[in-house]
Ligand binder design. Structure first.
Ligand code: XLS
Ligand code: NI
Ligand code: NI
Length: 437
């Protein structure tokens, strides 16, 4: 096969003084930051669906992407050729991982059996390309939302036959992920939600979702797959309400149905925004519960209220993200997965490189800045001091659960008034962050 990106060489690290738009200025895979190589901190992954299946179509217009290696057909041969183009891209970029949905990598057939055969035929090429290049699978997932059969959802469909179809599809996607040595498997809600409560039995649908995830855990154990399971919160879109709406809702659902030991969260930046949160908030909520698993890195647009999935270039965003990731001990099985697409207007193949180089450099800067802020220690020290009243005496006693309302009332009656509060110093802290940006 002819190279898909003939004019591009392997993207090199050239440092901050380089003017080469096809070089990294900050991402230096081998460089040690906070005791670990940048490659191992960030664990970048390229998303197959946006970068190799995205057409650039929107509700007002057709696709625009120029992808010369793709003949536009639904053939298995075309799907296999596309895999080779994708691996040429990922290895020239120097990203260590990639992620897929079953239906992005292989075409759907007329029956489930034919579809599974198509997936196997493409998975063989995926495996060969993984071995040839050393690129690994960060996670696999099943597309349970595009086909019209999933119009009312998959595991939360009102039709039990659809639950069965979705189960069969996830069974196969899990097995292929296992064969390809995936480090994880993601469940994103797709259409698991509702458009109107008038036709929806919410309690029953949530129970079905939990049943589905338990069956997936059982199958994971049956085939000996050791990868991490993730749930990816998103509040809406395509449905009016998605059941896995934000990190707190997901954690509550997982706890209620005894699923928490089997799942971590895959937090996506633009989904956090849609939920009315910052990504740092979502990461903190996940981290505090010991469930921070992986990140779908992208960003939205302040003026567009939907999941625009743009590549992240904002240094504050990547700094705050990496501050929280480092705080909770870094990624174990997860990574920074670019669930992002080039703009419809950026239709040339080379734009895929510009987009990923920019995202990787932005995260490398975020990582270095976050590590420097932690090394400096003033931020953490400030937060520690702010809670000093809990470290001894009264506070320590309350935290240890060794007091009562009656005793606390007696304490305050004796003192007459509580100690004065001290300033929260938000502006001072914002200035401190800016010292490092
Ligand atoms: C959609 C989701 C999707 C998942 C994988 O908004 O982000 O791309 O990451 O199914
Ligand atoms: Ni998304
Ligand atoms: Ni995502």
């Amino acid at each position: 096969m002819k190279p898909a990106f003939p004019s591009i060489q392997r993207i090199a690290y050239e440092g901050v003084n380089s003017k080469n738009s096809l070089a990294f200025k900050h991402y230096n895979a081998e460089e040690i930051v906070a005791g670990k190589a940048m490659r191992d901190h960030l664990r970048f992954a390229v998303v197959y669906w946006h970068s190799f299946r995205g057409t650039g179509s929107d509700p007002f217009g057709a696709g625009t992407m120029q992808r010369p290696w793709d003949d536009g057909s639904q053939s298995v041969r075309n799907a296999q050729r596309r895999v080779r183009a994708a691996f040429e891209f990922i290895s020239k970029l120097g990203a260590p991982y990639y992620c897929w949905h079953d239906r992005d990598v292989a075409p759907e057939g007329k029956t489930l059996a034919e579809t599974n055969r198509n997936l196997d035929a493409v998975a063989e090429v995926l495996k060969a390309e993984q071995q040839r290049t050393g690129i690994k699978l960060l996670w696999g997932t099943a597309n349970l939302f595009s086909h019209p059969r999933y119009v009312h959802g998959a595991s939360t469909s009102c039709n039990a036959e659809i639950f069965a179809y979705a189960a069969a599809q996830v069974k196969k996607a899990l097995e292929v992920t296992h064969v390809l040595g995936g480090a994880g498997y993601t469940f994103w809600g797709g259409r698991e939600g509702y458009q109107t409560l008038l036709n929806t039995d919410l309690k029953r649908e949530q129970e079905h979702l939990a049943k589905f995830l338990h069956l997936a855990v059982a199958h994971k154990q049956a085939i000996g797959f050791k990868g991490q399971f993730y749930i990816e919160p998103k509040p809406k879109e395509p449905t009016k309400h998605q059941y896995d709406s934000d990190a707190a809702a997901c954690l509550n659902f997982l706890r209620e149905y005894d699923l928490l030991p089997h799942f971590k969260l895959n937090i996506e930046t633009n989904h956090a925004t849609l939920a009315g949160h910052t990504v740092q908030h979502e990461l903190e909520v996940a981290g505090a519960a010991g469930a921070l698993g992986s990140i779908d890195a992208n960003t939205g647009d302040e003026l567009l209220g939907w999941d625009t999935d743009q590549f992240p270039t904002n240094i504050y965003l990547t700094t705050y993200t990496m501050l929280t990731v480092l705080k909770y001990g870094g990624f174990k099985t997860g990574g920074v997965n670019f669930d992002a697409k080039v703009r419809r207007e950026s239709f040339e193949p080379i734009d895929l490189f510009y987009a990923h180089i920019g995202g990787m450099d932005a995260f490398a800067r975020g990582l270095k800045i976050a590590a420097a802020i932690r090394q400096d220690g003033r931020l953490a020290e400030f937060v520690m001091q702010r809670y000093a009243s809990w470290d001894a005496g009264l506070g320590a006693k309350i935290e240890a659960g060794k007091t009562t309302f009656r005793e606390l009332e007696a304490y305050v009656l004796k003192r007459g008034e509580a100690d004065a509060n001290v300033s929260g110093r938000q502006e001072y802290l914002e200035n401190l962050i800016n010292e490092f940006i």
